[in-house]
Ligand binder design. Structure first.
Ligand SMILES: [Mn+2]
Length: 167
């Protein structure tokens, strides 16, 4: 099980809360960018984080490819791949990198989509939700036998019933 959050936009406490909740149980914690914190902040110890379009600290990478629980997990913010227009550009990159799971943020909306056997996940935003679900949220991903369970949680760490996916 690993945890994905994004777009915290200056809210350091929410990152701390999620980190404290999962640091002893999750195999990894990811943040898809737009934290607007310094890349040297100690909060990032044990978290993989990338650069968002609102991050002006140049210490963040544009993307990271990391093996977690035997799966190749790609993470990027998404603005470089125009994810606001869809996943076409990001999917080319994720396929080239041979990712199993491709994480992204930027649009502040939950997305779970499988394209050419790669699962794309946007965890929504822990600070500024947009669109259909006005809920600050993050995603918990479990890797099962030939199946991924993607469970969105609110900031009380409760599952959001309408945002539970198996694929
Ligand atoms: Mn953002």
């Amino acid at each position: 099980m690993f945890v994905v959050m994004s777009d915290s936009h200056y809210d350091r406490e929410v990152i701390k809360s999620i980190k404290e909740k999962y640091q002893n149980t999750a195999s990894h914690i990811f943040h898809c960018g737009d934290s607007e914190l310094l890349s040297s902040d100690e909060i990032w110890n044990g978290i993989t984080v990338v650069a968002g379009n609102c991050d002006y600290d140049d210490g963040y990478p544009e993307y990271v490819l990391k093996e977690v629980e035997g799966k190749k997990v790609l993470i990027t913010h998404g603005h470089l791949f125009y994810v606001g227009l869809g996943l076409e550009h990001y999917s080319y990159f994720a396929e080239e990198k041979e990712a199993d799971i491709a994480l992204f943020g930027h649009i502040h909306r939950p997305v779970v989509q499988k394209i050419n056997n790669i699962v794309y996940v946007n965890p929504g935003s822990v600070a500024q939700p947009r669109g259909e679900y006005d809920i600050k949220m993050y995603a918990v991903i479990e890797i099962g036998e030939g199946q991924y369970n993607i469970s969105y949680h609110n900031l009380q760490h409760e599952p959001i019933p309408e945002l539970q996916f198996k694929l």
